[in-house]
Design a protein around this ligand. Structure first.
Ligand SMILES: NC(=O)c1ccc[n+]([C@@H]2O[C@H](COP(=O)([O-])OP(=O)(O)OC[C@H]3O[C@@H](n4cnc5c(N)ncnc54)[C@H](O)[C@@H]3O)[C@@H](O)[C@H]2O)c1
Length: 252
């Protein structure tokens, strides 16, 4: 790997929630490839540790931690723990999340609360805790994982998921506005149908992508990570409160 590639994020520290597999893992890998020190935070410490170990084996600086982003009373403690690993947090990538596939009739108070807790409330409060650190640093790049469902409603994914992901788009703008004076940018990525462990559980994964995706294939986690790299790096310095559709053209 050329050193010039590593210069893009040299000296930067990234915290990636949901970094143990799928899109979060790919984000961790690409950020490390471009020179960042990466903390993979996940409910599943084993998978996060495996990703960190493989990054370290490739010569990157990486660490793993168990972090349940929906354990609200402990979020600040966990973010402080993450900061203590490499001394700062320059990049936050909010990826941790669950899918929902209930019909409108099946959604209950309990399923609604679980969805909002894991896919939206956690994103806000993790961002809020990291925001304090980024303000002190007067620098930060936040990237939030929304979804195609957050833009146009849930089809395979359910309405509560789509509502949480629509919230993620607005949340991103809230941090963009509050962070601007501190050189903190906040942007969102809206993946389409991405073949990850979560994607493989969705009904669309049984449909031939050539029949409905203009680019003729499902996305892979790396397709999303490339968009995250743009928002996480100084390539996007004048971009904030934005969102990127990464969906092979489904939106057309
Ligand atoms: N796969 C898709 O097609 C797709 C499309 C649009 C948006 N997304 C979003 O992208 C994100 C990642 O999706 P994916 O496909 O990689 O999913 P995935 O299920 O493959 O991976 C999600 C990761 O998040 C972790 N996680 C779940 N709950 C957590 C919690 N409470 N605390 C910490 N970690 C937790 C899991 O352990 C897992 O490692 C999600 O927010 C998802 O909604 C995915």
């Amino acid at each position: 790997m050329s050193d010039s590639k590593k210069e893009l994020l040299a000296g930067r520290v990234a915290l990636v929630t949901g970094g143990g597999q799928g899109i979060g893992e790919a984000c961790g890998r690409i950020l490390a490839e471009y020179g960042a020190k990466v903390i993979l935070a996940d409910l599943n410490e084993k998978t996060a540790q495996a990703v960190a170990d493989s990054l370290k084996a490739q010569g990157s600086e990486a660490a793993a931690m168990m972090f349940d982003v929906a354990d609200f009373p402990h979020i600040r403690e966990k973010v402080a723990q993450a900061r203590s690993i490499f001394g700062r947090i320059d990049i936050l990538v909010n990826v941790a999340g669950i899918a929902g596939t209930f019909s409108i009739e099946e959604i209950t108070f309990e399923s609604w609360d679980r969805m909002m807790d894991i896919d939206l409330k956690s994103m806000f409060f993790v961002s809020q805790a990291v925001f304090e650190i980024m303000k002190e640093q007067r620098y930060g790049k936040m990237v939030h994982m929304s979804s195609l469902a957050g833009q146009r409603g849930g089809r395979s994914a359910d309405a509560s998921y789509a509502i949480a992901k629509a919230g993620a788009l607005n949340l991103s703008m809230g941090f963009a506005l509050a962070g601007a004076e501190y050189h903190i940018t906040s942007n969102a990525v809206c993946p389409g149908n991405i073949l990850t462990p979560m994607g493989k559980t969705m009904s669309w994964s049984h449909v031939d992508p050539k029949t409905y995706i203009p680019l003729g294939r499902y996305g892979c986690a790396e397709d999303i990570a490339k968009a995250v790299l743009f928002y996480a790096s100084d390539l996007s310095d004048y971009v904030t409160g934005d969102s990127m559709k990464v969906n092979g053209g489904i939106y057309m």
